[in-house]
Design a protein around this ligand. Structure first.
Ligand code: PEP
Ligand code: MG
Length: 769
């Protein structure tokens, strides 16, 4: 087998192991075999003692596991950890740092190679191989171990986090959780909630099936039986339908399927799992995935292909089990915190309104679209909690801290009490903000700044009006497209657009043409790309599909008949030719409608500045259109080359990076040279510090999420324009995003606006998992 294949195989075996002990034992076994050494061991860092504990070995004495540990100042293992570098020795005994530990039995081994296991810049542990004879491991062996360790680090970290969750091993249900388990993610929507987790499972996705104990094993087995009968029938039906078109060999495959489903096949194992206390779906997941693992690992291509068949059977069974569950809708707890592997905008509707009080997502980051919607709904949210073992947490108590991006599972009474204080303080601030709802955003020295709102969900309209919005600066039209199963017709679109335009008339409503691609997928128009942020997005898609664009523009124009408060905005433009082409189509739609007898007027049309290339062409664009609006969420991602959805680089997504602020400053000046209105609808405008800077730069309108609007208004009403200008001047002199952040925080305090900044989070000494 090639090195690459060996590597892949080991990583695959390890990644599907059920727990940390299995991960480590598979690792040492496979590495020892692949490198043909006598010993392979793993030492892991212990948070409690700060030492590196021998957690698994093949070759050293098994009794030493869990007993032997080294400080970073002890032994060669300690040195590997301290230096965070590989150490490769012909004879470990002659090294000055060598530290002999009796019980390991390592006196027989001379050659030593140790590599650190690094995860997010931290040394998680050390992976060691040893051999009898005195010889240096050669370069390819060293490279192999370093590569493998780098790939295993994430899996080990994840398994470690999962394993640390439980106080005792249990089979079946979620088991007994330790108290105050802290998991770190990305702060995505401010606020604190204390609630109960509801895990969102994707339909027919075995991997997302949650763990749940079987309340009544007999009933679970009966459900399984019904699903089996249905799937057997389906398969026989398909086999009959295809009988004439399949060869004898191909037909035999259906018999194999049916045999797998007969009473001595998979069902036997699934029933045994139910008897151990799992519900039917959970038992099915375990059995199917175990078989898939075993078959995929086989060298014989025919047999390894069978993994796909088993997975397919598993999915079919799951579908039937889920349909049954769907007929008995779940009871949602009062303070439901929805937890998903990857939270999407469409999932926000899973929990009924009024019960949804918090959101957690394993994938995604602070500017993913689900996070943006969560902010507009005012629901505390943490994204990118990559180590959270979500399947085991259905029904667990949780604190979501949307300020610092932390999640506490099974919180203690003291922790709940300290966070309850924040919840009460938040309520007091909200009441105070409600009082200024109908007042204008006007500074202490009389400068008036219009505050508009971003919408997308239908509930946003009422919410925005309640918060005193003076217009809509961005209606994300793709959001209603996302929660359907086909493109809406012209008439359907007219109805939903008319509702927004009417509710806000005569105030302006800026409708953005469809902005799909990136992290916004339509289930009925899939776009599969390696690099979706740089791919077919926004205006690029709609210009390639004039039929979709024209229907949408016609619907917008017809919806505004008699109201005339519509503005159309084009997303993701890069070149003037795109703007010209879109303008031509909008003109054509207008003329056609007028010819058809509709009383429509050509609305103001604007472009979004979201791409660095657009920044440098602001003035040219401004000559072509009526207004400019900055999409700072995308602009930040493209200027900093940081994917807005990737939690791994969330720390680098710096809204206050000097380069971002410089671009924002430049855009406003360039657009004003052409006397065009410039607004901003990215999330930076919804942060009180950011809003003051943007006002000082000269932005004509800030468009923010409905939830943050009162906070922004409060900030503007309590500062003079001249102080905001001074703040901008001092920020311009700073070179670092973090310094700028600090400066903004301190200035808000100095302006008497401390209550708009993040509250002091209780100083608990709880380390992250
Ligand atoms: C932006 O990119 O800043 C923006 C407002 O658009 P969206 O967040 O929908 O991409
Ligand atoms: Mg955008």
């Amino acid at each position: 087998m090639s090195i690459l294949k060996v590597l892949r195989q080991i990583v695959q075996d390890v990644s599907t192991a059920p727990d940390l002990n299995a991960v480590l034992s598979i690792t040492v076994g496979r590495v020892r075999k692949a490198m043909q050494t006598q010993v392979c061991s793993v030492f892991l860092h212990s948070q409690e003692t700060g030492r590196y504990v021998l957690r698994a070995t093949h070759g050293l004495n098994a009794e030493a596991v869990g007993q032997v540990s080294l400080s970073p100042d002890e032994g060669i293992v300690g040195l590997v950890a301290k230096r965070a570098e590989p150490i490769n020795l012909e004879d470990a005994f002659s090294h000055p740092a060598f530290h002999y530990i009796d019980v390991t039995g390592e006196e027989r081994y001379h050659a030593f190679l140790g590599v650190p296991i690094m995860h997010q810049r931290k040394v998680l542990g050390v992976l060691v191989v040893q051999q009898h004879e005195k010889r240096r491991f050669d370069e390819s062996e060293e490279a192999f171990l370093v590569t493998l360790s780098a790939q295993l680090a994430g899996i080990i970290a994840h398994a470690h986090a999962t394993g640390a969750m439980q106080t005792e091993a249990t089979s079946g249900g979620p088991g007994r959780l330790r108290q105050d388990l802290r998991y770190d993610g990305v702060a995505a929507a401010a606020g604190v909630v204390i609630g109960e987790i509801v895990v969102a499972s994707l339909p027919a996705d075995l991997n997302s099936v949650v763990d749940r104990p079987a309340e009544d094993p007999q009933q679970e087995k009966a459900r399984l039986e019904r699903a089996l009968v249905a799937v057997r029938e389906e398969i026989s039906q398909v086999a009959d339908n295809l009988a004439g078109r399949l060869s004898k060999d191909e037909r035999a495959l259906f018999d194999v399927y049916l045999r797998m489903l007969d009473d001595n096949g998979l069902p036997l194992e699934i029933r045994a799992m139910i008897d151990q206390g799992r519900w039917a779906q959970g038992a099915l997941r375990e059995v199917i995935l175990e078989h898939v693992r075993a078959f995929s690992a086989m060298d014989d291509p025919y047999l390894s292909e069978r993994a796909t068949d088993i997975k397919d059977l598993g999915k079919r069974l799951l579908q039937h089990l889920q349909e049954e569950t769907a007929n008995h809708p779940l009871e949602y707890p009062e303070n439901a915190v929805l937890l998903a592997d990857e939270l999407t905008p469409a999932m926000l509707g899973i929990v009924p309104e009024g019960k949804l009080s918090g959101l957690i997502s394993v994938a995604g980051s602070g500017n993913s679209h689900a996070a943006i919607l969560a902010r507009s709904m005012g629901i505390p949210t943490v994204m990118g909690v990559v180590d959270l073992p979500y399947r085991r947490l259905n029904g667990a108590r949780v604190i979501v801290d949307g300020y610092s991006g932390r999640v506490y599972i099974n919180p203690s009474a003291e922790l709940v009490q300290s966070f309850s204080r924040i919840v009460i303080d938040e309520q007091v601030v909200a009441d105070e903000l409600r009082e200024i709802r109908d007042l204008p955003a006007i500074t202490k020295d009389g400068y008036r700044l219009p505050l508009w709102v971003n919408t997308g969900l239908s509930a946003d309209v009422a919410r925005s009006l309640k918060q005193g919005a003076e217009g809509i600066g961005l209606y994300r039209t793709e959001i209603p497209f996302m929660i359907r199963d086909s493109f809406p017709s012209e008439q359907e679109q007219i109805e939903s657009y008319r509702a927004q335009l009417e509710a806000f008339a005569p105030r302006p409503v800026t409708m953005r043409t469809l902005d799909i691609g990136g992290d916004k997928a339509l289930p009925y128009f899939p776009i599969e790309e390696e690099n979706p942020s740089l791919g077919w997005r926004g205006i690029r898609v709609t210009l390639d599909h004039p039929e979709i664009f024209m229907v949408q523009v016609r619907a917008m124009l017809r919806a505004s008949e008699g109201l005339n408060n519509l503005r159309i905005m084009l997303p993701m433009v890069t070149s003037t030719s795109e703007v010209e082409e879109a303008l031509r189509q909008i003109d054509r739609a207008c003329t056609e409608l007028q010819e058809e007898g509709y009383q429509v007027k050509k609305p103001p049309v604007g472009v979004m500045i979201e791409v660095p290339a657009a920044v440098y062409q602001t003035r040219r664009f401004a000559r072509l259109v009526d207004f400019i609006s900055v999409g700072s969420n995308d602009l930040t991602q493209y200027l900093l080359a940081v994917d807005r959805n990737n939690p791994r680089v969330a720390g680098l997504y710096a809204s206050y990076h000097p380069a971002v602020l410089k671009a924002l400053d430049f855009i406003v000046h360039e657009a004003h040279k052409e006397r065009k209105q410039v607004s901003i609808c990215g999330e930076i405008a919804a942060d009180p510090g950011g809003a003051l800077l943007l006002m000082a730069m000269g932005y004509d309108v800030l468009s923010v999420n409905a939830n943050n609007l009162p906070k922004i208004k409060f900030a503007i009403r309590n500062v003079s324009f001249s102080r905001a200008r001074q703040l901008l001047l001092s920020v311009r002199a700073l070179h670092d995003a973090e310094e700028i952040h600090q400066e903004l925080r301190q200035s808000l305090k100095a302006f008497g606006l401390a209550r708009l900044t993040r509250p002091a989070i209780p100083d608990q000494k709880i380390p992250p998992i």
